[in-house]
Ligand binder design. Sequence first.
Ligand code: PLP
Length: 229
Amino acid sequence: MDDQLAERLASVDARIAEAARAAGREPSEITRIVVTKFHPASLVEALHALGVRDVGENRQQELTAKTSEVGSLEGLAWHFIGQAQTNKARAVREAASVVHSLDRARLADALDAAEHPESDVLDVLVQINLTDDTGRGGVALDGVSALAEHVAGRPSLRLRGVMAVAPLDEEPARAFERLAKASEDVLAVAPDAGWISAGMTADFPEAISMGATHLRIGSAITGPRPTRG
Ligand SMILES: *Cc1c(COP(=O)(O)O)cnc(C)c1O
């Protein structure tokens, strides 16, 4: 099992390096986050032993349970990439080093209010909705600047950039072009917030060609996710 895990990780990393070079970019400027949702905490430990230092979870309860089960592993950063309820902001802040899915001012306020004296500044990304469906996670393109300004005004949050999931019914590269535009809107507010979190198993090479700095890759590395009853 760990042999296969190591092989899949190496093969994805080789594809990342290849896509980066094809885009005239340095592979080292790209952070590969391994999405471990639905998998047991032991997978996080196995990944850490293989050198992985960034993992992603999309549910607060699972994040909280797994971080406490895994305990402290050197250099390990937990990225929260799922929808967050405002009343779970404190739990998210306690467990995550980075929140990719900040999509409304109230969530920014709740994450900011969850600061306690020992907590570090929390890195956050504004999630952008690249679909026409307003029910999907993320702020609409025309609301990006206002939300970025709001986040930049929260003292315990550090605005880092943008995040999005490509719509299923569109060429990912076209969708990521809109994300690159949203990234410029955020950079106009916070000149060092240049992270672009984009690219999953199905579309990470396209995301790299469109400037992604943080990839969120699950099944290509972990294998198929166990189903949840
Ligand atoms: C599950 C998930 C991923 C990873 O998906 P794969 O297709 O398994 O690579 C990336 N981003 C988000 C927001 C997710 O929920």
